[in-house]
Design a protein around this ligand. Sequence first.
Ligand SMILES: *Cc1c(COP(=O)(O)O)cnc(C)c1O
Length: 425
Amino acid sequence: MRAAAKMIKELYNVDEALAEILAQAEEECAEYYRNTAETVDINQIKVLKAMQENGLSDIHLQGSTGYGYGDIGRDTLEKIYAYVFKSEAALVRLQIVSGTHALAAAFLGNLQRGEELISATGRPYDTLHKVIGLHDEYGSLRQQGIDYQEVPLTAEGRIDIARVLEKVTERTRLVCFQRSGGYAWRPSLSIAELEEAIRTLKAIHPHIICLVDNCYGEFVEAREPIEAGADIIAGSLIKNPGGGLALTGGYVAGRKDLISKAAIRLTAPGIGSAVGASLDFNRGALQGLFMAPHTVGEAVKGAHLAARFFELLGYPVLPGWQELRTDIIQGIRLGSPERMRAFCRGLQKACPLDARAVPEPELLPGYEHEVIMAGGTFVQGSSIELSADGPIRPPYDIFLQGGLTLSHVKIGLMLAAQEIRGGIR
Ligand SMILES: *Cc1c(COP(=O)(O)O)cnc(C)c1O
């Protein structure tokens, strides 16, 4: 640690005081690191067993071209995902372009005109607003005659299942839950809380489909949402389950009938999941999944550390450094747009790619406010790699996530803090 702190000072001109505060934070986080390591072990066993039980072999790493008929690599990858998530079926495709796309296929495939969707965790993640059609966007759920209601979380950030039950009508077909807070200053949803909510809902309405937006949640706990009673989950491969190695893609996992309907939405009626060339996707997706428990563990440790470090520097953080994690996101309330920009400049200087770039706020497709992002990543936009982002709006919260290695997170934290303090050489 001493020698590394000296190097950081020499090479990046980080104040010694900051390195000392980080060292203190790290000592205090030791217990949480140990808990994380236990979860990593459990998830590593799960993933390894999934690969062995499905007879994973060299041949499965090869991809297909054209239609992709009979692509045994793709099919084995999907069986492995299904095993890991304890689901009947899974779609894991490079043709799923993002997490939003995976979720949109799940929603659009499983809702019909006249039916209704309820969000049980308040306003969903920004990019889903246009999928739902909050402003009646073309092709959205609303425009196709699907109604939408939402139930805000309680003041403590918990699911208000009583109010969800009040809102349910005979037209309610699907209730969705978002595990991660997204760009909201709220606690993420633990598997235990999710389980309780789903059990209560299903006790009265067993036929309602429970969908969980699992983005950023995979492998943070020892169990996943299907084990808590969810019917279908979706996520992105350039977040947790891709382990930093998947080059693109998304997944949907869950009940067989629901996955088939999502597949029809993804490709076309009559085609479903039978087509879709995997090109060179399989190796990265599989090796990435193998690495994911470890990589997510590094990110979770980094999140505990970031929370304690920035708390010691005087900023409100969410979750608190000692809190149980169920996603990899760390919110830091920086309190001004200037500090958001400085944080991102500093973090960018710690990235392996584009370290000389200067992040600027920008309006991105699917988002409503200007967003600032830092992340010089090997995979474009990957947020299992060390990255930070946040919409430029009061109270100016930045959301930090990822880190393929804890060592890298430490460098990122110091450079971000240094830049806020007045600049790096
Ligand atoms: C990232 C994310 C999504 C989907 O985002 P993409 O950028 O489209 O992959 C959806 N919901 C949550 C909670 C997310 O964090």
